[in-house]
Write a protein that binds this ligand. Sequence first.
Ligand SMILES: NC(=O)c1ccc[n+]([C@@H]2O[C@H](COP(=O)([O-])OP(=O)(O)OC[C@H]3O[C@@H](n4cnc5c(N)ncnc54)[C@H](O)[C@@H]3O)[C@@H](O)[C@H]2O)c1
Length: 262
Amino acid sequence: MKIEGSVAVVTGAASGIGKALAEKLRDAGARGVVVSDLDGDGAEEVASALGDGAMAVRADVADESAVEELVAVTRERFGAIDLFVSNAGLTVIGGFEAPDDDWRRAIDVNLMAHVYAARAVLPAMLEAGRGHLLQTIAAAGVLTAFGAAPYTVAKHGAVAFAEHLAVQYGDRGIGVSCLLPQAVNTPMLTASVTDHEELAVLKSFSTVLEPEQVADIALAGVEANRIHIYPHPEAADSFRLRAQDPDRWVADMRAMRSGRRA
Ligand SMILES: NC(=O)c1ccc[n+]([C@@H]2O[C@H](COP(=O)([O-])OP(=O)(O)OC[C@H]3O[C@@H](n4cnc5c(N)ncnc54)[C@H](O)[C@@H]3O)[C@@H](O)[C@H]2O)c1
């Protein structure tokens, strides 16, 4: 899709990758950018810095009625939505023993939010015969996040859902892209790796990209209608290894996790 002249909604846009995406969309000539976040004040701040054509909407992506309202107010202001960026997410650490509430929170915010967004925007996009969904997922959605099973499982589900939509509706003008970054310099990364030793291992193997670099790569991927967008080439290599030789991939990931990998 062409970003210039489009109307885009970005969730989780008060900070990090979402904020960078909102700014880059504006730079690329989007005529409307809706900056949405659970943090309403943060969203206001980002939207007012973007100026005319930007609007802040406070919304919890895990609440379907809030997502419906976000879509309704956007259409009221701008007439249509060309690109919906489901970017909000959160890390939920722990393994099989993590409490059910943690699993549910991971699934609600990192997976069901994409389902709620699709329900809210796809019928009108299908009627118009065009529209694009960009889902900020994570390389963990095709690999695994050390020490974070609920996060990994929810992100895998999000990739599966996005691919399903791409196959199901690609012939009807709908583009779908999964943004699959590894380490990105945002408050989420800082909090995760400071609090959790296993996630800190990632930083020794992954380049840490700036959110602006990730946003540039993401929007180029949207314009080219790519299903998988890998800002970190090492994550794409690992995904290929997983497909070609799952046993070697598991061995490689175990070596990385334990620090044995050179
Ligand atoms: N930072 C990384 O290293 C990294 C790596 C891979 C994937 N990601 C993914 O990128 C996305 C953005 O993360 P980030 O690194 O920019 O983090 P961030 O903490 O800087 O920003 C996340 C934003 O999402 C908002 N948010 C959280 N829960 C929400 C909810 N229920 N409803 C609405 N907004 C909510 C937060 O208020 C925050 O502003 C997430 O989906 C995350 O999983 C991040």
